[in-house]
Design a protein. Structure first.
Length: 230
């Protein structure tokens, strides 16, 4: 956690949720149907995914993750990919304004409850008890990734600091996965060594690889090795 000690996961979560909310609030009917970086998903589908995954987030806070997964499995839904697609399907016939209101309410509750618990508390997850702070950083990364997926603007004044915390979360996730990848951060690059592969990546390239959105110039083998947050 030393990589993340200087960052407030709850403030970041609030900022990324606000970015999404402002963006969603300005969309017209055609905008909602635009394709995104998420294969097969429109902007509306990304919102539906965010709204739907609050079911898991609240189960984690309530300590009933295993009960939730058992109930989903009984309906033939196993694994996060199937869960994500199910969440999207469940909301395709629902007015988008209603889905937006659902996400605002449920995510607002998630953020408030996690902040109240504090970063050193634990909550229930699929891998067992897990620190609230670490889980919040995972949510931060997901929200930032999906904001980029749908083209939510990032101001020039915040781009650098936003990239720095995302690099830190990526490095933390790689260490958490106990990968054999060696990472050295310099003032302007991330040097990566993964077996017989090594390269110097820009900060944005590194971030994109860790979240499964690798830049075209990144060696695909290295990109796959770095993928740890998607």
């Amino acid at each position: 956690m030393d990589l993340l000690k200087d960052y407030d996961p709850f403030a970041i979560f609030d900022a990324e949720a606000d970015r999404l909310d402002v963006f969603f609030s300005g969309l017209d009917a055609a905008d909602w149907e635009r394709p995104t970086r998420c294969a097969g998903w429109s902007v509306r589908d990304v919102l539906a995914h965010l709204a739907g995954e609050e079911l898991y987030n609240h189960a984690a806070l309530d300590g009933i993750v295993q009960q939730l997964m058992a109930g989903l499995a009984a309906e033939g839904i196993t694994g996060f990919n199937e869960f994500n697609e199910w969440c999207v399907r469940q909301r395709r016939g629902v007015p988008v304004g209603q889905v937006l209101a659902e996400w605002r309410e449920k995510n607002g509750e998630t953020r408030a409850r996690m902040r109240a618990l504090g970063r050193d508390a634990t909550l229930d997850t699929l891998v067992g008890p897990y620190p609230v702070g670490s889980q919040t950083f995972h949510y931060d990364s997901e929200y930032a990734t999906h904001a980029d997926d749908i083209g939510a603007p990032v101001g020039e004044e915040e781009f650098h600091d936003r990239t720095l915390w995302r690099v830190a979360v990526g490095r933390f996730a790689l260490a958490e996965h106990d990968t054999k990848i060696q990472v050295e951060q310099t003032a302007d690059q991330i040097w990566v060594n993964a077996g017989d592969l090594s390269a110097g990546l820009s900060y944005p390239e590194f971030v994109n690889a860790t979240v499964g959105r690798a830049s075209p110039e990144t060696d695909p083998r290295l990109a796959e090795a770095l993928r740890c947050l998607a």
